[in-house]
Ligand binder design. Sequence first.
Ligand SMILES: *[C@@H]1O[C@H](CO)[C@@H](O)[C@H](O)[C@H]1NC(C)=O
Ligand SMILES: *[C@@H]1O[C@H](CO)[C@@H](O)[C@H](O)[C@H]1NC(C)=O
Ligand SMILES: *[C@@H]1O[C@H](CO)[C@@H](O)[C@H](O)[C@H]1NC(C)=O
Ligand SMILES: *[C@@H]1O[C@H](CO)[C@@H](O)[C@H](O)[C@H]1NC(C)=O
Ligand SMILES: *[C@@H]1O[C@H](CO)[C@@H](O)[C@H](O)[C@H]1NC(C)=O
Ligand SMILES: *[C@@H]1O[C@H](CO)[C@@H](O)[C@H](O)[C@H]1NC(C)=O
Length: 462
Amino acid sequence: MKRIRSVPMELRDVLRSIRMKAKYALVLGFLVALVIIGKENKIISKVSDKLYLKQLPQNLFEMNSTDSNVDYTENGSLTSLSKLDSAFLKIRSQLVNITLQFGGSNPFLEHPKTPRRQILLMATTRTGSSFVGEFFNQHENIFYLFEPLWHVERAVSFEPTGANAVGSAIVYRDVLQQLLLCDLHIMENFISPAPENHLTRFMFRRRSSKVLCEDPVCTPIVKKAFEKYHCKTRRCGPLNITLAVEACLNKQHMTVKAVRIRQLEFLRTLVEDPRLDLKIIQLVRDPRAVLASRMVAFSAKYESWKKWALEGAAPIPEDEVQKLKGNCESIRMSAQLGLSQPEWLRGHYMLIRYEDIARFPLQKAKEMYRFAGITITPQVVEWINKNTQASQDSNGIYSTQKNSSEQFEKWRFSIPFKLAQVVQDVCKPAMNLFGYKLASNLETLTNRSISLLEERVNFWVT
Ligand SMILES: *[C@@H]1O[C@H](CO)[C@@H](O)[C@H](O)[C@H]1NC(C)=O
Ligand SMILES: *[C@@H]1O[C@H](CO)[C@@H](O)[C@H](O)[C@H]1NC(C)=O
Ligand SMILES: *[C@@H]1O[C@H](CO)[C@@H](O)[C@H](O)[C@H]1NC(C)=O
Ligand SMILES: *[C@@H]1O[C@H](CO)[C@@H](O)[C@H](O)[C@H]1NC(C)=O
Ligand SMILES: *[C@@H]1O[C@H](CO)[C@@H](O)[C@H](O)[C@H]1NC(C)=O
Ligand SMILES: *[C@@H]1O[C@H](CO)[C@@H](O)[C@H](O)[C@H]1NC(C)=O
């Protein structure tokens, strides 16, 4: 595995976080005086307990491998730091109340506008994440990146299991962290061929990111050259990454769609990064539908599945079945962690089913925006209306736009029942959690009057 600048990045974070705590300590001095007046002895003793924990971050400087890093985030100093943070949050609220009581103004009101937010759309392939990503791409004040980790996966080869799985998760996470901070230069380590002078013609799916194809990031073409990932609506010069960074900083919010982040727990350092206010939206879809869709999109990979289901040929290789199981389980485990509402994740996690978005696109878009604390705009609403309804033009001819509530169940008629059964066998725990009903026979699978979805209301935001 290529070693990336991950350790220095971690240290920078820690340093910054320590500086933050120093800031808190000043505030604390003020507070202690006030609290004594307020006879809040209990809190003082609690605070001094917490302050003792400030010794711990030193340990972080001793670490020198990215892997040992994981242990620290799981039960070492960072846990303590987060406890410290929550203690300070309480104190801060108290301080605000006391100052207000004394006729002062709220000392923490620094942002008159909505504070900067980052949204991570965490999904897997064929779950409709490109479609849902558009809900954010269409917002005038969001900088949207489509699958930037694609470059990372190509540049660094990872083994699917063992230590390298941990290694890859860390690299993905650290790159993601920089991207959410608008440091798009980090991409230059992974884009191939390597950018020169911060210019590249090889930014994956550039056209899927509106901002990268608009002024001022879309520069005039100086000379014609082959461009693999060009913009759709207009031709632009090669992508100037420095310009993209500036555009990112000029937008109020940031969204990244990623299908390569597997475990929610790895995102903890991002959620706790004081420079970020990360909102994670995990998007899931019925695994039977995902398989049906993959069999079309990646047809060659599923030859043995089709042959077995349709012609009774040799069984599907066991490792492929195990891979399917592994995918379902990692999605389920992330969701289970999110829904269990650990303190560090509270207010930062939302689970959403593709099927609900397909049936109630506008309503679900509004819920996602409400969760993110960002105002939805007419432009987003218009895009959703235009792209989710089969509208009739004046000649009575249907446009090519899909009627999404009609489309989402099509897989039921295309997947051989035997394959649906395989998925049900290995993905049952995930399907139970998300409310996807098992079909016991072909008749149930293909009978439109029988719903395979359990209705779940407001069970998803934590
Ligand atoms: C850290 O670095 C020291 C010296 O470079 C080395 O002896 C030690 O094994 C390293 N520890 C880990 C966990 O890699
Ligand atoms: C880390 O976790 C292990 C097992 O959960 C526990 O025994 C140990 O005391 C923990 N260490 C710290 C520093 O909390
Ligand atoms: C501060 O005041 C608000 C509203 O009056 C109240 O909800 C909150 O609990 C108070 N915080 C503390 C720590 O007393
Ligand atoms: C890229 O954009 C930056 C910022 O506007 C500019 O300074 C730089 O000259 C541009 N690079 C090239 C090669 O045009
Ligand atoms: C889309 O399809 C659903 C289900 O068949 C139907 O109820 C709805 O009216 C359709 N919407 C439009 C705009 O055609
Ligand atoms: C489909 O299911 C409904 C409700 O269970 C049932 O009434 C109907 O007969 C079924 N249709 C077919 C074609 O089996």
